[in-house]
Design a protein around this ligand. Sequence first.
Ligand code: 13P
Length: 249
Amino acid sequence: MARRKYVVGNWKMNGLSAAIADAQAIFAAAKDHPGVDVALCPPFTLIGGMVAAAPGAAVGGQDCHSAASGAFTGSVSALMLADAGATLVIVGHSERREGCGESDADIRAKAEAGLAAGLSVILCVGEPREVRESGGAIDYVLAQVAQSVPDDFDATRLSIAYEPIWAIGTGLVPTVADVAAMHGAIRGALTARFGGKADDMRLLYGGSVNGDNAAELLGAGDVDGALVGGASLTAAKFVPIVAATAALG
Ligand code: 13P
């Protein structure tokens, strides 16, 4: 099955209720590019309002707890996301791996919870700067993939986002050759472990993607789309990324 292009906005901890109008503008403009799946992951507080304001649009969470419910103050379960109208969830973002001490085992459990709740899951991996500089980026990321990707899943609902930590929010990006090498290595490892079903898994690139560099970065081999932070907050910045992705065919 051909993989559809996928462009996802991660709003991180940005957005009050007035920002729902920005989401509506993004989803409305995205209709001009029916060949690209577009999703937004706002803070938990905006999910319900965004779903109500943009019926049928793909809205997701930025994290979930691995348990369905219980005494976990401040956490939100995958079932709760689905109940609020979300259809996807990001797990394993480096800002949670590093800032909240999440391990590969934690992320695998969260991915399993998301899939069990019927959500699509975007599982993030990516190396810190010193690992890139020492030449160990591919080994580092393949270890994250090996330890955080579950054993059993619907491949059309599990995507991997390669987000080099040093490229997030910095304006720095890897070379196209480095992106292609990393995505090729991830695809190879998934195929070795899962066989043909790995062909259905989408591999996204994330880290300082904008309207100017999207065509080049997303044109690299084995890149099926983008996970976008800062440039996903407004239609003016995000829609050009969607358009550039659509133009890649
Ligand atoms: P930026 O696009 O702001 O670099 O963020 C990338 C990211 O972390 C998306 O999850």
